[in-house]
Design a protein around this ligand. Structure first.
Ligand code: SF4
Length: 89
């Protein structure tokens, strides 16, 4: 079962949530572009955004009192957000 929450090894958080694979920005300084190797995309980093489709909601009890980092390897407030929301309705 896929989960939006991923246990984090970052010193600043207990969990991370990356709702997208990829990012539309392609910043020159991006430290997350290595994520492309875990996708099937041939396009350059910054050219694709795939919404993660998880089959269970985030367990609020699990993150109570924990630090949750939104978007360690994407931008969760990107321009595709509105379009993806409409597709899911
Ligand atoms: S993940 Fe962040 S740094 Fe990388 S391209 Fe997206 S917005 Fe830029």
């Amino acid at each position: 079962m896929r989960d939006y929450l991923t246990k984090s090894n970052l010193p600043v958080s207990d969990y991370v949530v990356n709702p997208y694979v990829g990012c539309p920005h392609g910043c020159k300084y991006c430290y997350a572009s290595f994520m492309k190797r875990f996708t099937a995309h041939d396009e350059p980093w910054g050219s694709f955004v795939d919404a993660k489709m998880c089959d269970k909601p985030i367990n609020i009890k699990k993150i109570a009192g924990k630090e949750v980092f939104l978007s360690s390897v994407t931008d969760c407030y990107n321009s595709a957000e509105e379009k993806k929301e409409r597709q899911m309705r």
